[in-house]
Design a protein around this ligand. Structure first.
Ligand SMILES: CC(C)(COP(=O)(O)OP(=O)(O)OC[C@H]1O[C@@H](n2cnc3c(N)ncnc32)[C@H](O)[C@@H]1OP(=O)(O)O)[C@@H](O)C(=O)NCCC(=O)NCCS
Length: 169
């Protein structure tokens, strides 16, 4: 089937999410990803770190989101060190709005938020066959750190990817 071109790049606003957006975010999550969460989990992450819960809005409709959790614990990048980490938990753009730079803008804004929250690094898990997402993360400075075997419920593997965050820029 031919893809509908939305040309939404210039008419899409990237902004922090509010509680009013959560229902639409959950709907996008169901349409785009096999990993789902309880409604209260979305709300919890929004309340914990609104700076890293970002949505893309086009014509009063949410077309993409990125949701992250701020964690403190062992560094993904440096053995036996502690770090404040921004964990990308869930990230998606509606199919018809992809390939227009919206995902990149969402991720960039979330990374800015992680810096505001004083994170030293960011990390995420991504399916090893998810080339679009892996390319996007690599463009933003993430590196593959490890392969997590049978990480997903369906038995598929994930790459653990991480990026050092420079808070001075
Ligand atoms: C991953 C995802 C959020 C990207 O959103 P998007 O709006 O299409 O991404 P962008 O248009 O901003 O693209 C940014 C970069 O990603 C990479 N990319 C995006 N789509 C790609 C594709 N189909 N093939 C290869 N690379 C791709 C490119 O490096 C691109 O940069 P470029 O345009 O300068 O080459 C989107 O594909 C999606 O929602 N996928 C389903 C859910 C998902 O997999 N989420 C990630 C879970 S870890």
């Amino acid at each position: 089937m031919q893809k509908t071109v939305t040309n939404a790049k210039n008419s899409t606003r990237i902004r922090f999410a509010t509680s009013k957006d959560i229902a639409e975010v959950i709907s996008i999550n169901f349409k785009t990803l096999p990993e789902h969460y309880s409604n209260s989990f979305f709300m919890e992450l929004l309340l914990d770190s609104p700076e890293t819960f970002v949505v893309a809005e086009n014509n009063n409709k949410i077309v993409g989101y990125i949701m992250c959790r701020i964690e403190y614990g062992f560094s993904v990048l440096k053995k036996m060190s502690l770090a404040r980490k921004g964990h990308v938990v869930s990230f998606a753009v509606l199919d018809e709005y992809r390939g227009e730079g919206i995902g990149k803008k969402l991720a960039e804004r979330a990374i800015e938020g992680m810096k505001i929250k004083k994170c030293n690094e960011s990390y995420l898990e991504v399916r090893t066959d998810n080339t679009p997402a892996i390319k996007l993360y690599e463009n933003l400075g993430f590196n593959k750190i490890a392969t997590l075997n049978t990480y997903y419920k369906d038995g598929r593997n994930a790459f653990l990817m991480s990026a050092k965050l420079n808070r001075n820029n």
